[in-house]
Design a protein around this ligand. Structure first.
Ligand code: HEM
Ligand SMILES: *[C@@H]1O[C@H](CO)[C@@H](O)[C@H](O)[C@H]1NC(C)=O
Ligand SMILES: *[C@@H]1O[C@H](CO)[C@@H](O)[C@H](O)[C@H]1NC(C)=O
Ligand SMILES: *[C@@H]1O[C@H](CO)[C@@H](O)[C@H](O)[C@H]1NC(C)=O
Length: 322
């Protein structure tokens, strides 16, 4: 009897409540759409592509830098351009968080593109959407895959330095990396594919010094090469490429891992006799599979809790709230 009353109570009161909550949270989680600006700013994709072409042709590393800028935006409160907000006397944003300070590059590239977009379609396109398109174009311009970018994000009016300080650390072990990405809804396999972003770009000595002097799971010849430009003390900002083809988006990052030539500890953790070894081996011999998985995971990352509807704003200048 008591059980039957409880069951009825559940069906009549609790169940509808759950359904209502599901429906409402469903509409709050944003439906982005690839044709969001089809009528309001039809030239948007061309303007962004031209801006990235110019940026990459004058500094080929910019493809990598904009990809990382997007990752660091999306992993902190979603893809809402919060990372683009400049610090002021009364506002502390994300740019000086430890993982970003003197490290993240490309803010001015997005500012230039935004100015061109404003000239064509005033007060219409968010900085968050521009960054999502620019990251896609940066990857494909240096030889990587392309994908369709869902659009309709709006820009944050706040930022979180504290959360930016929680971005994944290059000193992490595999369990920590899996946990960091799981927190954002990614599987270990998606984490391994996204880490392949390190097929392009560079890291500073301070990010990998400990590994090249102290680690045992490293090719000794590789350690010697890297030590030549990353002394045991000093030279903190000296750069080293993640793989031997740092200007080309290919699968050499995974080949490096299999050869125990991962640059960061967090890179080599993906191939260190653990759960991701098999997938790393697959990507190291199957670049098409890597490209497909990377593109799918990038679309998923670009959907991380966007602001939509009347939330947030369309920033006029990506560095400041309106
Ligand atoms: C798995 C966890 C990750 C960690 C611990 C990590 C850490 C780092 C570190 C330490 C650097 C070098 C920064 C410096 O020394 O100044 C770096 C660079 C970079 N990261 Fe990651 N990263 C991770 C995941 C990702 C993801 C998911 C992407 C994109 C899909 C990405 C894209 C890049 C790119 C392209 C660069 C080079 C940037 C440039 O040359 O300007 N990283 N990352
Ligand atoms: C763009 O739009 C804003 C707000 O609607 C307006 O104040 C500004 O004058 C416009 N700028 C140009 C160049 O049209
Ligand atoms: C190597 O590890 C030791 C012990 O943890 C540490 O004191 C030292 O600073 C490390 N060396 C480098 C170059 O990072
Ligand atoms: C994996 O285990 C083998 C055998 O114990 C060892 O030689 C190797 O250094 C380990 N790490 C990697 C990255 O293969």
């Amino acid at each position: 009897m008591a059980a039957s009353i409880n069951t009825h109570f559940f069906l009549m009161i609790t169940l509808p409540a759950i359904l209502i909550i599901l429906v409402f949270s469903g509409s709050a989680t944003a439906q982005l759409s690839s044709n969001f600006y089809a009528t309001s700013c039809p030239r948007l994709p061309t303007i962004v592509l031209n801006g990235m072409r110019q940026a990459v042709s004058s500094d080929r590393r910019m493809g990598a830098s904009i990809l990382r800028l997007f990752f660091h935006d999306c992993f902190v409160n979603g893809c809402d351009a919060s990372i683009l907000l400049d610090d002021t006397a009364t506002f502390t944003g994300e740019q000086n968080a430890l993982p970003n300070r003197n490290s993240v590059r490309g803010y001015e590239v997005i500012d230039t593109i935004k100015a061109n977009v404003e000239a064509a379609c005033n007060a219409t396109v968010s900085c968050a959407d521009i960054l999502a398109l620019a990251a896609r174009d940066g990857v494909s311009l240096v030889g990587g895959p392309t994908w369709t970018v869902p659009l309709g994000r709006r820009d944050a009016r706040t930022a979180s330095q504290a959360q930016a300080n929680q971005l994944p650390s290059p000193f992490s072990d595999l369990a920590t990396l899996i946990s960091n990405f799981n927190d954002k809804g990614f599987t270990p396999a998606e984490m391994t594919a996204l880490s392949g972003g390190h097929t392009i770009g560079f890291a500073q000595c301070s990010s990998f010094r400990n590994r090249i002097y102290n680690a045992t799971n490293i090719d000794p010849a590789f350690a010697t090469t890297r030590r030549a430009t990353c002394p045991a003390s000093g030279g903190d900002s000296n750069l080293a490429p993640f793989d031997t083809t740092q200007n080309t988006f290919d699968n050499n990052y995974y080949r490096a891992l299999v050869a125990r030539r991962g640059l960061l500890r967090s890179d080599q953790e993906l191939f260190n006799n653990g759960s991701q070894d098999a997938l790393v081996r697959t990507y190291s011999t199957n670049p098409a599979r890597f490209n497909t998985d990377f593109a799918a995971a990038m679309v998923k990352m670009s959907n991380l809790s966007p602001l939509t509807g009347t939330n947030g704003e369309i920033r006029r200048n990506c560095g400041v709230v309106n």
